[in-house]
Design a protein around this ligand. Structure first.
Ligand SMILES: Nc1ncnc2c1ncn2[C@@H]1O[C@H](COP(=O)(O)OP(=O)(O)OP(=O)(O)O)[C@@H](O)[C@H]1O
Length: 616
């Protein structure tokens, strides 16, 4: 039957919409007129209606007589459509579940789609994308931090110049800089500014400024209060980075631990007065708990924002007299895994006394950080693959040990302990078995302290000091450990016990668990029951298929999965290496202000122009 052209509005349904079944594939490759077997050319000159958000895409006149043109035209529209659907969680599903194709003839009588049909796969995809963007180290918060917060902060914070300071006592001198206690030449309000600390640093100063600024915006309480950092160039000394902090206090944890009064001296500092309750293990345990909680809290702050310190040791933990808490200092060796700054997998700047056995925070198979956008996009994957934060956890575990065992507080004591632990394959339980029988009184006292409350302190310690980074607890999980519940293990509530069980479960080596499951399946396995036969188990153990063994579905699936995994890793490595070969500059050091004030005005005008254009 022929219809009058003005009445006919033809509808097409594309084969694309099997996206729901296929994941995110955009399979636009052919059009077919729904409910019709008539050739495509039959619809020439009619209106082609495709699902789209803009009116121009919604409707267009077909002018070509070539069916290929028709297909390309529709495919383009569908491509835009699919991209739109992917991000708003709309329209992903089987063809007729997401679009109203209707009748070929009376299409115009159909109700207009409102364009927002939420489907389950679409919502899952959108949620997945959001979780990825917010997963540690946080791509989305990083974007906000770098392009908005950093700019705004720069406009409003006070700036300093070389001539503003009067140098005082030298506080320390390391390989990369000298630290002084300083005061302001003109003290506008002496109470507010108080005493300051100034570090004149060499090339690593740039990194330290970046890290301190990141920390100040993301977790200010974790580290010493950073005020300002700038580049000072003089013909005599060349380029020098000047970093300024508020003076936090006289003592580091190292100074306090070396005192015979430890840990009671810390208690006095935290509470602000001398306690007169009887000395003993219980009280010492409580003080050590408090120090560990503060240290883990500071580490959790750093790790949540994607920063790994890499030089955690008592010398870099300062007691802040203002807040009466311990804070971390010296971020010169830190790595920002969010954008890949200072992350060089095969290079390390570590203190061997406190370094984890892996020595590198990332696998040496992982290539150096590529350009910032690529590093940022991949950062959640790399973080999960390497768990670089566990490097700091190992160092924190050693500090815990030093607090419990006075003999390990000296350099020689710690070096000797490290040797013993290495001989025991980094197994703290094995070390304990080897030293406990002939332990001195002091050593035995340390074990007693950790064994309080059913050995919950020892349990936390062994979950921090482990050979495999993946088996070490994170700072967040450690903070949730019942060791930090004041009442101890015996009076744990049902929920706390459940939490402890969960914590223990997360500490398992899942490589072993996988083997165990395979064996269990094999034991229960006959073909009838669906388990593995011995021959299949052998194949699984060997993983790599050998020779011309007869293929089984399980073996093939496993082999394909392994091949795919290897291919993905190889491709990732190759592409990142390629990117690295391009000359990299310290692009981010552009953020560091130079002495003159001109930059500030440039930034200010840039920011306000941006706001103005945005408004317009
Ligand atoms: N904010 C601060 N408040 C008080 N004292 C500080 C502060 N920052 C640093 N110090 C003191 O300065 C000393 C050296 O600081 P820092 O470790 O950052 O310098 P460094 O040059 O990296 O030294 P090293 O190489 O020995 O680690 C610290 O041990 C501490 O005593």
């Amino acid at each position: 039957m022929e219809l009058a052209p003005h009445k006919v509005e033809t509808s097409f349904c594309s084969d694309m919409a099997t996206v729901g079944a296929r994941g995110i594939g955009i399979g636009v490759n052919k059009l077919h007129p729904h409910n019709s077997s008539k050739p495509t050319s039959r619809f020439l000159g009619k209106r082609l209606r495709i699902k789209s958000t803009s009116e121009s895409q919604r409707s267009a006149r077909i002018t070509s007589s070539n069916p290929k043109t028709l297909l390309v035209f529709a495919a383009g529209g569908e491509l835009i459509n699919a991209a739109h659907d992917l991000f708003v969680g709309v329209g992903v599903g089987l063809p007729c579940t997401v679009m109203e194709c209707g009748d070929i003839i009376y299409r115009s009588t159909l109700p207009k789609s409102n364009g927002l049909t939420l489907t389950t796969p679409g919502a899952v995809l959108a949620l997945g994308a959001l979780s990825y963007l917010w997963a540690t180290p946080g791509v989305a918060p990083g974007f906000f931090d770098m392009f908005i917060l950093a700019f705004v902060e720069r406009l409003f914070r006070p700036t300093y110049r070389k001539d503003d300071f009067v140098l005082g006592k030298k506080l320390g001198e390391g390989a990369f800089g000298v630290v002084y206690r300083v005061s302001l030449a003109k003290k506008p309000s002496s109470k507010k500014d108080g005493d300051l600390v100034l570090k004149k640093a060499t090339e690593y100063g740039a990194v330290e400024i970046w890290m301190n600024e990141r920390v100040r915006r993301a977790c200010a309480n974790s580290c010493a209060d950073f005020l300002y950092g700038f580049l000072e160039t003089s013909p005599k000394k060349g380029a020098e980075y000047w970093l300024l902090w508020r003076f936090e206090g006289e003592a580091t944890l190292s100074d306090l631990m070396l005192s015979k009064e430890f840990p009671y001296n810390v208690e006095t500092m935290i509470t602000g007065k001398v306690q007169d309750s009887p000395k003993g293990l219980e009280r010492e345990n409580r003080i050590i708990q408090t120090i560990m909680r503060q240290l883990l809290f500071a580490l959790d702050g750093l790790h949540s924002t994607g920063i790994v310190h890499r030089d955690i040791k008592p010398q870099n933990i300062i007691f802040s007299e203002g807040s009466r808490t311990f804070k971390i200092i010296d971020l010169g060796a830190a790595a920002d895994l969010r954008v890949g700054i200072n992350y060089i997998p095969k290079e390390f700047l570590l203190d061997p006394r406190y370094a984890a056995p892996e020595q590198y925070i990332m696998s040496t198979q992982t290539p150096s950080a590529p350009s910032a956008p690529v590093a940022t996009a991949l950062s959640p994957v790399l973080w999960q693959m390497n768990l670089p934060d566990r490097f700091d956890i190992y160092s924190a575990g050693l500090i815990f040990l030093q607090m419990a065992f006075p003999a390990l507080r000296t350099d020689s004591g710690l070096i000797q302990f490290n040797r013993q632990l290495k001989r025991c394959d980094y197994d703290l339980d094995a070390w304990r078995k080897s030293v406990e029988p002939r332990a001195s009184l002091e050593l035995r006292r340390g074990f007693e302290l950790l064994d309080l409350d059913g050995g919950i302190g020892w349990e936390l310690l062994t979950s921090m000091v482990r050979y495999k980074a993946r088996q070490r607890t994170s700072a967040k999980a450690a903070l949730a450990h019942p060791y930090f519940d004041r009442e101890g293990l015996l009076v744990l509530s049902f929920m706390q016990k459940l939490r402890l069980q969960f914590f223990r479960a997360t500490q398992q080596d899942y490589g072993e668990a996988a083997k165990w499951i395979i064996q269990l399946m094999a034991k229960s396995g006959t073909k009838k029951e669906g388990g593995f036969t011995e021959a299949q188990l052998q194949d699984l153990r060997e993983i790599q298929p050998k020779g011309k063994k007869k293929a089984s579905p399980q073996r093939n699936a496993l082999a394909s999965a392994l091949r795919l995994q290897r291919k993905v890793i190889r491709t990732l490595n190759e592409s990142m290496d390629e990117l690295n070969q391009r000359r990299k500059s310290l692009w981010w050091s552009r953020w560091i202000p130079e002495r003159n004030e001109v930059r500030k005005y440039i930034y200010t005008s840039f920011f306000f122009s941006f706001l103005f254009f945005f408004y317009v």
